[in-house]
Design a protein around this ligand. Structure first.
Ligand SMILES: [Zn+2]
Length: 89
């Protein structure tokens, strides 16, 4: 960024989004479970979320976490409020 240049609205938007990705913003149900889980549980959960959906179906994870299946799918796609898959606190 050159001297004297002010931050554009676009930059501010990107920054706000980035901050949320770092975990400052609200999370989806999956993100909340991850945030509260122990290190071991978190690792296991993230492995499951990052695994092949044939191996770890969204329905199985949803049942284990007592959340909606669509919530798991959305989190896996990175379309939830966590911003991306495998977000850590
Ligand atoms: Zn999420």
């Amino acid at each position: 960024m050159t001297e004297g240049q002010t931050m554009s609205l676009t930059d501010q938007l990107h920054q706000a989004r980035h901050e949320q990705r770092k975990g400052k913003g609200p999370r989806c149900a999956i993100g909340k479970v991850i945030a509260k889980a122990s290190d071991d549980d978190r690792t296991a959960l993230q492995d499951a979320l990052n695994a092949d959906p044939d191996e770890w179906p969204a329905s199985a994870i949803a049942k284990a976490l007592n959340v909606g299946e669509h919530t798991v799918r959305r989190h896996r796609r990175g379309a939830c409020s966590c911003g991306r898959i495998g977000v850590t606190p």
